[in-house]
Design a protein around this ligand. Structure first.
Ligand code: MG
Length: 291
């Protein structure tokens, strides 16, 4: 393996030299040559990192991308997603007791909040994840402020990304659609009119706790609403609370996601999730690279 890497390295160096000389980019040649010195052909095990452009570095898994939704038609999830609702049934969900069937109404490829029935939550627990959810506020709109097309997506049963009809309708900023409820208003109001499908793409990182139960790394969220960035890797200050300050207390690494029954017939379709690998890749070392 070692000799193989050396051969690749030499070959690459020769190619880069020829290309660089021909183009007259002396600086580039020096940088690239140093990057492929023999020592750079070996994974840096001590730092658990890889060198720049290391060919032995494992290839990422292949995923067949999905398709985007249209107003008439939900898109297809990526091939490695866990589908939580595909338009047919709520078999991946349970009722507020956590034991019974989810009682919300399913029809025409969507499901709808059943007023007074309480939350529904996923059977499976999730921590770090990419979550895709589409929702629609009732049309014609009814009510105002927080009493208008209100529902919500609770990551780990504790952190609400607000669902609300605040299209040309006033409410407080940290309670708008795209808000991390009670903590961060969306950067912009990118809602569509009620009666149109709206799309959330959420990247969530669960909180990490020290052994003594104190917070180590707070939960973080990035949220796109209808393709527009509304939360940029915000650091949460604790679980969602209403009308009071929040704080951290130890919780499991994973928990179900639940959808809120706020008494309004909000609809949902095309829900899928991709757990995120628990350990992010370590950045390559830049040893020997002129930069
Ligand atoms: Mg809500």
């Amino acid at each position: 393996m070692q000799s193989n890497r050396s051969w690749l390295g030499s070959s690459f160096r020769a190619g880069v030299l020829a290309l660089g000389v021909a183009a007259g980019y002396a600086g580039f040649v020096i940088a690239a040559d140093e990057a492929t010195t023999p020592s750079s052909g070996v994974p840096n095990q001590e730092q658990k990192a890889w060198h720049v452009h290391e060919r032995e570095r494992p290839q990422p898994p292949v995923v067949t991308p999905g398709t985007f939704s249209t107003p008439e038609q939900p898109g297809k999830p990526p091939s490695d997603a866990t589908v939580l609702f595909d338009g047919t049934d709520l078999s991946k969900w349970v009722d507020k007791t956590g034991k019974g069937e989810a009682p919300w109404k399913v029809e025409n490829g969507y499901f709808e909040v059943k007023k007074g029935s309480g939350i529904i939550s996923t059977k499976e627990s999730f921590g770090d994840c990419q979550l895709h959810v589409e929702w629609m506020a009732p049309n014609p709109p009814v009510g105002k402020d927080q009493d208008r097309g209100n529902s919500g997506i609770f990551l780990m049963s504790k952190f609400e990304v607000q669902v609300l009809d605040n299209y040309k309708a006033d409410t407080y900023a940290d309670g708008m659609a795209g808000a991390v409820y009670g903590q961060y208003p969306p950067q912009v109001n990118a809602t569509r009119p009620p009666g149109e499908w709206q799309v959330y793409d959420i990247v969530f990182h669960a909180p990490r706790f020290k052994e003594d139960g104190s917070i180590d790394k707070p939960a973080r969220e990035t949220v796109f609403l209808n393709g527009v960035l509304v939360q940029d890797d915000v650091s949460l200050i604790g679980p969602t609370q209403h009308m009071k300050l929040t704080k951290w207390s130890k919780m499991p690494a994973k928990a179900p996601i639940y959808l809120q029954d706020h008494g309004h017939p909000v609809r949902y379709r095309n829900i899928w999730i991709r757990p995120i690998m628990s350990e992010p890749p370590v950045a390559p070392t830049m040893d020997g690279v002129a930069h």
